[in-house]
Design a protein around this ligand. Sequence first.
Ligand code: ACO
Ligand code: PYR
Length: 532
Amino acid sequence: MTERLYLFDTTLRDGAQTNGVDFTLADKLVIARMLAELGIDYIEGGYPGANPTDTELFGEDRGIAATFTAFGMTRRPGRSASNDPGLAMLLDAHADAICFVAKSWDYHVRVALETTLEENLASIRDSVQAARARGREVLVDCEHFFDGYKANPDYALACAETAYREGARWVVLCDTNGGTLPNEIERIVAEVTKRVPGDRLGIHAHNDTEHGVANSLAAVRAGVRQIQGTLNGLGERCGNANLMSLIPTLRLKREFADRFDVGVSDAALASLTRVSRKLDEMLNRSPDRHAPYVGPSAFVTKAGIHASAILKDPATYEHVRPETVGNRRDVLVSDQGGRSNVLAELARVGLTVDKDDPRIGGLLDVVKEREAIGYAYESAPASFELLARRMLGTVPDYVEVIKFDVNVEHRINALGQRVTATVAVVKVKVGDDEPLISAAEGIGPVHALDLALRKDLGRYQDYIRSLSLTDYRVRILNGGTEAVTRVLIESTDADTGDTWTTVGVSPNIIDASFQALMDSIVYKLIRSGATA
Ligand SMILES: CC(=O)SCCNC(=O)CCNC(=O)[C@H](O)C(C)(C)COP(=O)(O)OP(=O)(O)OC[C@H]1O[C@@H](n2cnc3c(N)ncnc32)[C@H](O)[C@@H]1OP(=O)(O)O
Ligand SMILES: CC(=O)C(=O)O
């Protein structure tokens, strides 16, 4: 028999306090629906009255399939509940629940609220009563609860008990400054459960010591039955407890999975990676590669010893199966790899080679030699595939580059303006045809080269029409006169939407770029099934 553990998402409220995050109304609605589909019990939409977006959000019934919650502070000191415009906005909000933030640290009451301890308790009491009188489910976030408890346990407990006694469904213990450690959380929550039952307690943990998730789990161990968190750990300063880590841990780790039902189905669990990436996309952020469970590297291995065992049974180096959270396993080829990495990557791209084929060892040696001079095949799988195919003799001789030349001219024109013109010329030979010479002007040398190279490839021109360069990254690998440049180029095929990355390395940045460009074109020709 499992016990219900409730999830409360505050991405749209505490997450909106993240530096650099600014949700529109449309964003909030998309995210709220995504959260409801995940099975989140409570969705805190924002703070009506704080800004036009949140006021509009709560201006009508949004039909969110969860307990849609409005956040705001308890009545201001010295005002009555019926004469507080901020509280009135909260009470009028179209929300199923109201979550009050209430002071519970005596120091904060004196310094930030500038009032008496008694008046703060009265404010909690009056605010809960007012919200209940309007038929709302009530939650009280006891701000700075743990710091408050350490400073004055009786007063912190009095705040929590007042909220509970007045009928708040949840009394949420907040680690507002995020500085409390898991052992302290567990000890203090255990004390609180002697006064307020655990099934009426929640935890709201900030991540300032990287313990947001651990603190939430510690609180559950000690008895709380609601966890507050955010998608991708968004939130004030270092963020809140990350629901993208908490949900799989609660669902997949025996200690919690055997004991609790968190209302997230298997299908919803398998959508977590997609949800996490969708949020990043909306925020115009790259996914955190190393995020647990949902990060692009969460199930990626470079190490040869790991790859070898994973190919025998993935469970050897995975704590959960990536599919359960909608992520995927990947084995990369690099100078940390062995034959198993090479075989796995060849299999992934559809090249079947016997594991005892001596060419595998040869290919691995070449990879290690080339990585030692700057190539990075784990970041450029398309270049690795070409290297492998060349060693296996399966790359047709499509195009021979006879020469290329880039000229950057910097001059003052007739109007006295400083102008720069960059022109690239490329001479190639396709089969037995006459050599083709193309010239193009670009905004920089790589752009000009790219345009010239793709201007006329004779019989292959149609294959590369949909190809475009979508990202270009340069890294200088060692400084001074011996500098070596690594160029990574990402290309996209407009017809299929596929993207791939190629690499070039040279002391000369133009030469490195040209290698990566050529790899990209040859890769596209192979993908398109072009023959020599
Ligand atoms: C721990 C947390 O994350 S709590 C949530 C924090 N989130 C936000 O603050 C975001 C939204 N906030 C806002 O838009 C604004 O602060 C508003 C609209 C709420 C209030 O704006 P203003 O009226 O201009 O007040 P301001 O923000 O300067 O200060 C907050 C006031 O509320 C009081 N206050 C703070 N917490 C509480 C509380 N729990 N109960 C009652 N009053 C409180 C403060 O003492 C201060 O009062 P003062 O103006 O008399 O000094
Ligand atoms: C309420 C809240 O966000 C906090 O105490 O951190």
